[in-house]
Design a protein around this ligand. Structure first.
Ligand code: F6R
Length: 367
């Protein structure tokens, strides 16, 4: 069942070229210049007339939601809020029949997400689901939706479901933006071509960084803390990188928007603090360069995820992981892959049970 891999998690990390491709298949028609999504198209008036979109999720799916917010606001220009299901359901939120709620859930069974949706439904919102498990409870309560076609995810730590969620959110944002005229045809065409190339780029990252990341992991087996930093689209990717590490290796890790460092976490930095920094060319690169300078001035150990051929950040960093370039909005899909591998190998070298981490369940059916 693990097809020769030591753990489901590693198998699932390596399945991502296929799971992302499967999630786009039949939807992204590059030659025709079309994104086909019946769930969106059949309810296009709901999206067109929405006052705002509220994305509801937990955990990794919530991180995907944050990236969805950036995507939908940038390309479709519809206001988006992202809520933890557990907070939303207990705070008497303002919600009306002019709101569209998007629920993101791999399992489709998360109790808090389900309860939040029931509340939104009672108040008349239109509910859209992004689930991986077909016919799950959340998939059934929604008015419409798009399945991620990631295939069964067995490892408790979500990997391929996350990148499939990002794929769906990208498709939705581009489709809505094209439809409502906020995204011009030329930009739309170049973005869909970029998106179509993502599976190949994931394959490239897997083969070019696998060994390197294993070696980096060996140096951090004894670490007790980690910071993960990113800006823009890669800020949620930093949150997700930190979550992967803490849940399977039990090393404390925090994700932060890089610019927030000086508002507190910079106090933590010394020669014992490893800092993973996501710094692709497109996306506030110059700002990231100065963040890295600030870290190095305090002797933090920098593990940088950069684009191939990078020099500025690379020269200052202790470890460099190179990934291929893509549009800024899709870069979290690519950048997440080496971070999944890093968490995986650190956990394996610490002897942790990566597929079944302590205290965690694959599907959280209690609140
Ligand atoms: C992290 C992880 C959890 C889930 C969360 C939501 O790797 O697996 O944080 O993402 O419990 O689960 P779903 O997406 O099934 O609603």
């Amino acid at each position: 069942e693990k097809s020769g891999y030591e753990h489901f998690m590693l198998k699932e990390i390596f399945e991502q070229p296929k799971s992302v491709h499967d999630t786009m298949r039949g939807r992204l028609l590059v030659d025709e210049g079309v994104i086909k999504m019946a769930g969106i198209w059949d309810h296009i008036e709901k999206f067109k007339n929405a006052n705002r979109i509220i994305i509801i999720a937990c955990g990794t799916s919530w991180h995907a939601g944050l990236i969805g917010e950036y995507l939908i606001e940038e390309y479709a220009r519809i206001p988006v809020e992202v809520e933890y299901a557990s907070e939303f359901r207990y705070r008497n939120p303002i919600i009306t029949d002019k709101d569209v709620v998007i629920a993101i859930s791999q399992s489709g069974e998360t109790a808090d997400t389900m309860a939040a949706l029931k509340l939104a439904k009672e108040r008349g919102a239109f509910i859209y689901g992004i689930c991986n498990v077909v016919d799950s409870s959340i998939a059934r309560i929604t008015d419409a939706g798009s399945y991620t076609h990631a295939g069964p995810e067995i490892g408790v730590a979500s990997t391929k479901a996350f990148t499939a969620q990002l794929t769906i959110l990208s498709l939705i944002a581009l489709k809505l933006g094209k439809h409502n005229g906020n995204l011009g045809n030329a930009d739309f065409m170049s973005l869909i071509a970029e998106l179509d190339a993502i599976p190949k780029k994931i394959e490239d990252v897997l083969s070019s960084t696998h060994e390197l990341v294993q070696n980096i992991a060996k140096d951090f087996v004894q670490a007790t803390n980690f910071l993960y930093l990113g800006r823009g689209y890669n800020y949620p990717a930093a949150l997700e990188g930190a979550l992967k590490l803490k849940e399977i290796s039990y090393i404390h890790a925090e994700g932060y928007p890089a610019a927030e460092m000086k508002h507190g976490p910079i106090a933590l930095i010394d020669e014992n603090m490893p800092i993973v920094i996501i710094a692709p060319k497109k996306g506030h690169y110059d700002k990231i360069v100065s963040n890295v300078q600030e870290i190095k001035a305090r002797k933090g150990k920098v593990i940088a995820v950069v684009n191939r051929g990078d020099t500025q950040v690379s020269e200052m960093s202790d470890y460099v992981i190179e990934i291929p370039e893509t549009s800024e909005c899709f870069s979290p899909i690519i950048a997440s892959v080496p971070l999944q591998l890093l968490a995986y190998y650190i956990a394996v070298y610490r002897g942790a049970n990566v597929d079944q981490p302590r205290n965690l369940a694959k599907s959280v059916t209690v609140e």
